[in-house]
Design a protein around this ligand. Structure first.
Ligand code: PMP
Length: 437
């Protein structure tokens, strides 16, 4: 499958695109990537749509960060108002961070009663791991085999999806993601996942490593989107607790109402995290993120370290984040994710009755995975077809992406105001593109 850089090298793109890609490579170096064979150049966003430089509208079923809709006017207005009043750090008293902490913490179970703020999800996970290590005295961290938890050196080594060149310390263990689709019929997913976590704990202990934390994305997004059966995390969380470690729920993807029936992904599993980490949907894309934690867990870290993240939780960030919570409530977006998410999954299941390529439709609310297979018995990943399908939808001005170990799981996570009419457009376009593959 070509990517945009290959296409540019082969001279297949428009002159303006070729020039812009060459400029990117010259200025940004070799580590960046672009989506699609034919790259997209957006200049504007509104609601669930992005607009390219020609003014063409694209339906966005990919960008979860602008969670309440691109350029939501209430969030934009809150940012502009606060930016024109005051922006400084958390070493001065300010109401904004307190009001936001109160509002945010009210969305969690009572035990998660303290919040700390960062600028990115990576920093939130990095901080959570430091806290876990201070609290437990251990160093070992367990993550899933294709997890993604961020970009700092500490969390990149907890992100095997970044590839084999990222060095991993002796304290990290990986476990297979809880894959219901590929498990043998009748497999107890909860017991299997807990068994893998226990084996990782045992292996750490054999090597003289004390477990500090189990860290999982509660929708297992980069592993391939695994959300069922509800409750499957419970015995694994018990296992890490029994070993003296803590449970960190990474809600960067799942949080802020995306899973529909609940505000937070972990709630679907009936577990209580010791720390929850959150990412940029908190500010609808404005760089604000953070953690919610049990106060007992923060104690040792607070005694040993001071915490100051210069612009984490600044007044502008908190104004944006507060507006996001207001919009989720006032526009009933969590309910919308539940209702329209179920409608979209139903539509995808109906497509699966007509297209054998669709092996599995899974997910919850507005976090949906569609696994494509060459045949349903062998479940051989249809990786190449998935790439063509993502590019085919792009030509129909619909944005989705693919995930999973073989890159054959379509990942759909629209902005929360996505409507049934938007879902219909996605479904009919998908039907069309699959029929022509
Ligand atoms: N955890 C998960 C599950 C993520 O998907 C991401 C990024 N999308 C991060 C952490 C890191 O967040 P950020 O890019 O804000 O650092």
């Amino acid at each position: 499958m070509l990517n945009a850089y290959d296409a540019a090298k082969a001279g297949l793109l428009l002159p303006a695109e070729q020039q812009m890609i060459a400029r990117r490579q010259r200025l940004l170096g070799p580590a960046y990537r672009l989506f699609y064979e034919r790259p997209l150049h957006f200049v504007r966003g509104e609601g669930v749509h992005l607009y390219d430089e020609q003014g063409r509208e694209y339906l966005d079923v990919y960008n979860n960060v602008a969670s309440v809709g691109h350029c939501h006017p209430r969030v934009v207005e809150a940012i502009a108002r606060q930016a024109s009043t005051l922006n400084t750090h958390t070493r001065y008293l300010h109401d904004g961070v307190l009001e936001y902490a109160e509002r945010l913490l009210a969305t969690f179970p009572a035990s998660l009663s303290q919040a700390m703020f960062t600028c990115t999800g990576s920093e939130a996970n990095d901080l959570a791991v430091r806290i876990a290590r201070a609290h437990t005295g251990g160093s070992g961290v367990i993550v899933t085999q294709l997890a993604y938890h961020g970009v700092t050196a500490a969390v990149a080594e907890l992100s095997p999806s970044l590839g084999k060149f990222v060095p991993r310390s002796a304290a990290v263990r990986t476990v297979p993601a809880p894959d219901l689709y590929r498990a043998a019929p009748g497999t107890d997913i909860a017991a299997g996942f807990a068994h893998a976590v226990q084996a990782a704990i045992d292996d750490m202990q054999r090597h003289g490593i004390q477990p500090a934390a189990l860290l999982v994305d509660t929708v297992f997004s980069s592993d391939g989107v695994y959300t069922d059966p509800p409750g499957f995390l419970m015995p694994a969380v018990d296992a890490i607790h029994a070993a003296g470690g803590i449970f960190i729920a990474d809600e960067v993807q799942a949080g802020f109402g995306r899973t529909g029936s609940r505000m937070w992904g972990f709630q679907r599993h009936g577990v209580l995290p010791d720390i929850v980490t959150m990412g940029k949907p908190m500010g609808n894309g404005h760089p604000v993120a953070g953690i919610a934690a049990r106060p007992e867990v923060l104690k040792t870290f607070g005694q040993q370290s001071r915490y100051f993240n210069t612009f984490g939780g600044n007044p502008v960030s908190c104004a944006a984040a507060l507006a996001v919570l207001d919009v989720i409530r006032d526009e009933a977006l969590q309910e919308n994710a539940a209702v329209v998410g179920a409608y979209l999954r139903q539509g995808l299941q109906a497509l699966a009755t007509r297209h054998a390529l669709i092996g599995d439709v899974r997910g919850v609310g507005f976090f949906i995975g569609v696994e494509l297979v060459k045949d349903r018995d062998s479940k051989t990943p249809a990786t190449e077809e998935t790439g063509r399908l993502v590019n085919g939808l792009r030509e129909k001005r619909i944005l989705i992406s693919a995930t999973g170990p073989s890159g054959n799981v379509l990942k759909m996570r629209p902005q929360l105001p996505f409507s049934c009419a938007d879902a219909d457009l996605l479904l009919s376009s998908l039907d069309d593109v699959i029929a022509r593959l």
